[in-house]
Design a protein around this ligand. Structure first.
Ligand SMILES: Nc1ncnc2c1ncn2[C@@H]1O[C@H](COP(=O)(O)OP(=O)(O)OP(=O)(O)O)[C@@H](O)[C@H]1O
Ligand SMILES: [Mg+2]
Length: 258
């Protein structure tokens, strides 16, 4: 599996003065308010190059609001630095051009468009020329990763199964040459075999050095994949620990009950 990631950049990643690798993403004191209600209350997150972090928490904990704010698609206060550069507010396109790519909750595909048209849209951060994108190694890689999509390239997305739509959503994200891939509830509504496939691919991408930020409500597989977990409850970070700690019997149950 050869998905284009910025492996060279990962290898040459700058180091901070303390010798620790510079984070690819640093979000500080992110606060999200919907109307008068605070959905995310001054939460901070740091993602090292090549690291995989999962954000866990019950329904309504604020996971999507937090990631959407970091991704520049939800109004928020706080500071985000991506790949060493401060991110201007509400800068979803700025981030996408630099390799911050999100698979949103519910996938948000264009149902009336074909599989291939949806995939081509994923390349917009680096090209708008359809002829160039059609001949790109990125598209060839996506079809190699998901042969089912190659077979259905001209089919309207609305006619696909949920699992196939998930493949389109992941494929579209990979078309964007991600340095950081963010996935919001990738296993939601999928069959066990499709969840297996999703996580197999995520493990492969990790192996290639891609940094991952994952939101999951049911944490088992996310904790097998990731290095660290962050637990959110009522818009606050209540725990941040290596996955080995979070996997210990009773730990998550206690946190989820908190
Ligand atoms: N666009 C919005 N407008 C108003 N309120 C919102 C909006 N998005 C989220 N909220 C509210 O913010 C709070 C956090 O919601 P959010 O969707 O971020 O949680 P979540 O952890 O992603 O939940 P889930 O597991 O159900 O996806 C909830 O109370 C929700 O009702
Ligand atoms: Mg959510």
């Amino acid at each position: 599996m050869a998905v284009t990631t910025d492996a060279a950049a990962l290898r040459t990643g700058a180091r901070q003065r303390d010798g620790a690798p510079a984070p690819v993403l640093e979000a500080q004191d992110i606060t999200v308010r919907w109307g008068g209600a605070v959905a995310v209350d001054a939460c901070s997150l740091r993602l090292a190059r090549g690291e995989a972090v999962c954000v866990l928490g019950r329904n309504g904990a604020g996971k999507t609001s937090w990631l959407s704010a970091i991704a520049g698609v939800a109004p928020s206060t706080g500071r985000v630095v991506f790949d060493g550069t401060p991110v201007p507010p509400r800068s979803a396109h700025w981030l996408a051009r630099r390799g911050f790519v999100m698979v949103p909750e519910g996938r948000q595909l264009y149902g009336e468009m074909s599989v291939e048209e949806n995939l081509l849209l994923g390349a917009y951060p680096w090209s708008r020329r359809v002829s160039v994108i059609r001949r790109s190694p990125e598209l060839a890689n996506v079809y190699e990763l998901f042969p089912r999509l190659a077979e259905r390239r001209r089919q309207e997305v609305v006619t696909l199964s949920g699992g196939e739509q998930q493949m389109v959503a992941m494929g579209r994200a990979l078309m964007g040459r991600p340095k950081v891939l963010v996935m919001d509830e990738p296993s939601l509504g999928l069959s066990p075999s499709m969840i297996d496939l999703t996580y197999r691919i995520l493990h492969g991408l990790r192996g290639e050095g891609l940094s991952l930020l994952l939101v999951e409500e049911s944490p088992r597989r996310a904790l097998e994949l990731c290095d660290r977990g962050v637990v959110l409850s009522s818009g606050r970070v209540i725990e941040e620990a290596p996955v080995e700690e979070l996997r210990r019997p009773g730990v998550l149950e206690r946190l989820y009950l908190a």
